[in-house]
Design a protein around this ligand. Structure first.
Ligand code: SF4
Length: 593
């Protein structure tokens, strides 16, 4: 008998349009200690599956029409809510949700929340629960556990919060763990360390894991077997390597292609005209730390960045969260006042431009923001949103204005009637198309794309990236692309800037850097991405330690506290850029000019 089994499960949902089938699964079987991945894009039923297993699905509107969910031979669907609460949830099945912030209570400390779980489920008194909480935080490798228990969730980084959630999941000794996209929204380096941690704990405690993901590369690293969920059905399942190497279904092939990095022919640029020149740009913020009672601190978000961009190029800026990517582009766009340095756009100083030149620069430089849910005014019709730049820079009559809006909608693959709808009537991918249409409305020359695909699923992502490429050719655009997804950068960029603590540590042609990264940080960043060609956790290299605070960065090379190649000089000498070619430099003491 299998440890966990789903048989003949049919779940429907009452909606305004009638009753819809959301899950129709013939069979999923997990042996003890096995890891099974369920993969599919948003809306295919992954989270409904997890909630159904835990009997947390709201019924109504959900209806579990038939089926069995067996854990160690017991049918969970026959259990009452109270039985599930007292015997199963937490004790036999634990769950890690995708957003650790929404799973932790923001008004209680980590210690309060952990002690409460241990008291409720294991009957421990305060002292016992406190000691057990310290032990559990040690298991998930959180340093300074005593201090960690005193902190509130907002005082922790994303990776630390997810470790606390994992500690809570372990608290009651569950043997079956449902991990629902546990590394979503985390940097690649933190993602790799969380996956490694989960794998270690799984083998230490013999836990069986149902791993839910929207991305096959994560599953390739973590899971023994995988099932592809499409429209609520498992359309294909088997050993992870077999599914990835020989996908049978068209949908699976799309999922595989979405994450497979293929070799690219380097783009050839005949145009030598420099459109953007950034020279020694710095952006410091003066801040007060009320908790530590420290005032007038200097946060060096961007610290002496220089590069040139030629017309038609796509620069990908990569690095962990907090490395200064977004501050850099916001300063280039003059949305933040620079501390020092200069930015020349088509030879004109962006910071010193008079009113007329400034308007011309703004018209020619546009931005597409990360989150299409927040970047569009929810009270405006799409036609008003797209026409806003047209109204600012050109003064067209109503009919001409509307014709332009229709044209822009057509370019981004949306029907004309979209003009008369509100943003909430569109999916994430469609909203991002609207944001792209708006960015093109003023006929810009440079478009900055700030994580344009991070909030949408892999299918829409592939379509949006294709659209951006087409529009780039059509409008002869130059792009700056910020992304923590190195696959996206590899697909789009011909130049790369790798940032660490406000500085560019490696800058050069994308094909050279992807084929043979030189800076130890770039290598660590690339090695922490799960790759389909080298499956398994053993090929996933983690970068130890958190990114240091930009308020008090380490002396010498700021990366020396995490660098595997660091020597004594690294903590004393700040590395200068070493030129490896005409437009390629690395800032590391391993290299000499
Ligand atoms: Fe590592 Fe030293 Fe190079 Fe910095 S300078 S990246 S610490 S080897």
């Amino acid at each position: 008998m299998a440890f966990f089994e789903i048989r003949n499960l049919l779940v429907r949902h009452k909606t305004f349009e009638g009753i819809k089938t959301v899950l129709d699964i013939d069979n999923i079987t997990l042996e003890k200690g096995e890891t099974y991945g369920v993969v599919g894009e948003s809306g295919q039923g992954k989270t409904v599956l997890a909630l159904t297993i835990l009997k947390l699905l709201a019924c109504p509107p959900g209806i579990i029409e038939r089926g069995e969910i067996l854990l160690d031979g017991e049918n969970l669907l026959k259990k009452s809510f109270t039985q599930m609460q007292r015997q199963i949830r937490g004790r036999k099945i634990a769950m890690i949700f995708q957003d650790p912030m929404s799973c932790l209570n923001p008004v209680f400390t980590v210690g309060d929340q952990m002690r409460d779980v241990l008291h409720q489920n294991r009957g421990m008194n305060r002292k016992q629960a406190h000691e057990e909480a310290i032990r559990l935080l040690g298991e998930v490798k959180l340093a300074d556990a005593e201090n960690m228990l005193l902190k509130y969730p907002h005082q922790l980084s994303g990776g630390q919060r997810q470790r606390v959630i994992i500690a809570l999941a372990l608290a009651c000794g569950a043997e079956f763990l449902i991990a629902d996209e546990p590394t979503r929204n985390l940097d690649v380096t933190i993602q790799a360390s969380i996956l490694k941690l989960l794998k270690e704990l799984q083998s230490k405690f013999g836990i069986t894991v149902l791993f839910i993901a929207n991305n096959l590369s994560l599953v390739s690293a973590f899971c023994d077997r995988v099932g592809i969920l499409y429209n609520g059905q498992i359309i294909e399942q088997g050993k992870t390597a077999d599914i990835i190497e020989q996908p049978q279904q068209e949908y699976t092939q799309v999922l595989v292609n979405a994450v497979r990095m293929t070799a690219k022919t380097p783009d050839v640029f005949e145009n030598d005209e420099v459109i953007l020149k950034v020279d020694q740009l710095k952006k410091y913020f003066n801040i007060n730390d009320e908790l530590k009672k420290q005032r007038n601190l200097t946060l060096k978000a961007v610290d002496g960045v220089s590069f040139e961009l030629k017309k038609g190029e796509v620069l990908g800026i990569v690095g962990e969260s907090g490395c200064g990517k977004s501050t850099l582009v916001n300063t280039i766009l003059n949305l933040f006042e620079p501390t020092s340095g200069s930015v020349l756009f088509e030879g004109k100083d962006v910071f010193a431009a008079g009113q007329k030149d400034n308007t011309a620069i703004k018209k020619n430089v546009q931005i597409v923001f990360q989150d299409p849910y927040w970047s569009l005014n929810p009270r405006w019709l799409v036609k008003e949103i797209i026409a806003e730049p047209i109204d600012v820079y050109e003064h067209l009559g109503e009919q001409e204005r509307l014709t332009r809006v229709y044209k822009l909608l057509e370019m981004v693959g949306l029907p004309a009637d979209a003009a008369f709808k509100y943003p909430h009537e569109f999916s994430g991918g469609e909203r991002q198309r609207i944001a792209i249409a708006r960015s093109l409305a003023s006929n810009p020359k440079l478009v900055v794309l700030d994580e344009p695909t991070s909030s949408i699923d892999v299918f829409s992502q592939a379509q949006i990236l294709g659209l951006i490429k087409d529009l780039k050719k059509q409008f002869n655009l130059t792009n700056i692309l910020i992304s923590h997804d190195l696959g996206v950068v590899h697909e789009m960029a011909n130049k790369i800037a790798v940032m660490y603590l406000g500085k560019i540590v490696e800058f050069g042609p994308a094909d050279r850097i992807f084929n043979s990264p030189q800076h130890p940080y770039t290598r660590a960043l690339f090695n922490s991405i799960p790759k389909l060609d080298s499956m398994g956790m053993e090929n996933l290299v983690t970068l130890e330690g958190a990114i240091p605070s930009p308020i008090n960065p380490p002396s010498g090379c700021a990366f020396h506290t995490r660098c595997a190649n660091a020597c004594e000089a690294c903590s004393q000498t700040t590395p200068a850029p070493v030129w490896m070619g005409e437009d390629y430099y690395v800032s590391c003491l391993l290299y000499k000019q």
